[in-house]
Design a protein around this ligand. Structure first.
Ligand code: ZN
Length: 342
């Protein structure tokens, strides 16, 4: 099969070619619970840029044995082949793949609690193993599959399996406590933010304040559910304080905009959070980490998409254009999410 292969890291992010199209062996069923999926769409994620940059190296490749590898952890497609234990799925079914495969076939305590992202010995195709979705076929487990509603196709949903799921999980956590009349600040209305705004809108009636640095992106994001739009131009904290009567928001994606007793949800990574412990005591604010989402949350997100309450803004590239998609993303030229299709 064809795959786009990463051969070396590029810490400077200056190379013209990051991945190369090559013929690689087809995946084979090994466990009876294995499923081989014909990739219909693979999302191109900022995490892929961090992989190329080598930011994940100390975690995912400490022995320096990962490369060459195939990236692509946001995958959807059609079932090609199923193992002997697989029930309820057949060749041709369209499916989205939860990104983390349990190392215990779902029998560890985390998996039994439904905490799929904390599965013991979990593997993450496209990130910490050689195989990923920038290819024609990918092996997964039956536990990872969710059927895509008839109203949608693999390319409508592929980025939901990571980016969308992260946005959904954060929105779900926040909407469990956000009440009408309270405020929620979403910083960034891009690939992940535009999904978070729709999830928040679909699940609660709090005021949504969108903070975004691009005027165009802010204009596009407002109709998705924004009550107030604030340009991220250096005065954004003051503007949010004005909008929240000097108190800050009950839920926010920025600590300086979070009200006393409110919650700051961390989405994405790359910077440090510094705060004095005494300030945490006085403010009683919560800082909450978010790692993708669970299988059942991906199911819930598919239901929102099926009702057209959450719609992905997407830019399509051929698998053969993976390199261009990655460079476009790195250069800020992708609106919404980039998706590779066969
Ligand atoms: Zn991703």
């Amino acid at each position: 099969m064809k795959a786009q292969v990463l051969h070396s890291y590029d810490p400077e992010m200056k190379q013209d070619v990051w991945v190369k199209e090559e013929e690689v062996p087809n995946p084979k069923l090994e466990k009876a619970s294995d499923v081989i999926v014909k990739i219909g769409a693979a999302g191109v994620c900022r995490t892929d840029l961090h992989v190329i940059e080598g930011e994940w190296r100390h975690i995912q490749d400490p022995d320096d044995k990962l490369l060459p590898c195939v990236m692509g952890h946001e995958n959807a497609g059609w079932i090609e082949e199923v193992g002997s234990d697989v029930e309820g799925f057949k060749k041709g079914d369209s499916v989205i793949l939860h990104p983390i495969i349990s190392g215990t076939n779902g029998t560890c305590l985390s998996c039994r609690k439904g905490l799929d992202t904390h599965a013991e010995n979990g593997i993450f195709p496209g990130l910490n193993v050689k195989e990923g979705g920038y290819s024609e076929l990918l092996k997964t487990s039956v536990r990872n599959l969710i059927k895509i509603p008839n109203t949608l196709t693999p390319k409508d949903v592929a980025p939901f399996s990571d980016a969308g799921l992260t946005a959904y999980r954060v929105a779900k956590k926040a909407t469990r406590h956000l009440l009408p009349g309270e405020n929620c600040v979403v910083i960034g209305a891009g690939g992940l933010g535009h999904i978070a705004i729709q999830c928040l809108k679909a699940m609660c009636a709090a005021n949504i304040i969108i903070v975004e640095k691009s005027e165009t992106a802010l204009k596009h994001a407002m109709p998705l559910g924004g009550d107030h739009g604030v340009l991220n131009d250096g005065n954004e904290v003051e503007r949010v304080m004005e909008l929240t009567k000097g108190l800050g928001a009950e839920a926010s994606m920025g600590l300086s905009m979070t009200k006393n007793t409110g919650s700051y949800y961390i989405v994405g990574y790359g910077e440090d959070i510094k705060i004095k412990s005494v300030d945490m005591i006085i403010s009683e604010r919560n800082i909450i980490g978010n790692l993708i989402g669970t299988w059942s949350e991906l199911y819930e997100l598919m239901e929102l998409a099926n009702k057209d309450l959450v719609r992905l803004s997407m830019q399509e590239y051929k698998l053969s254009e993976a390199n261009k998609a990655l460079h476009d993303l790195n250069n800020g030229l992708v609106k919404g999410r980039a998706v590779l299709v066969p």
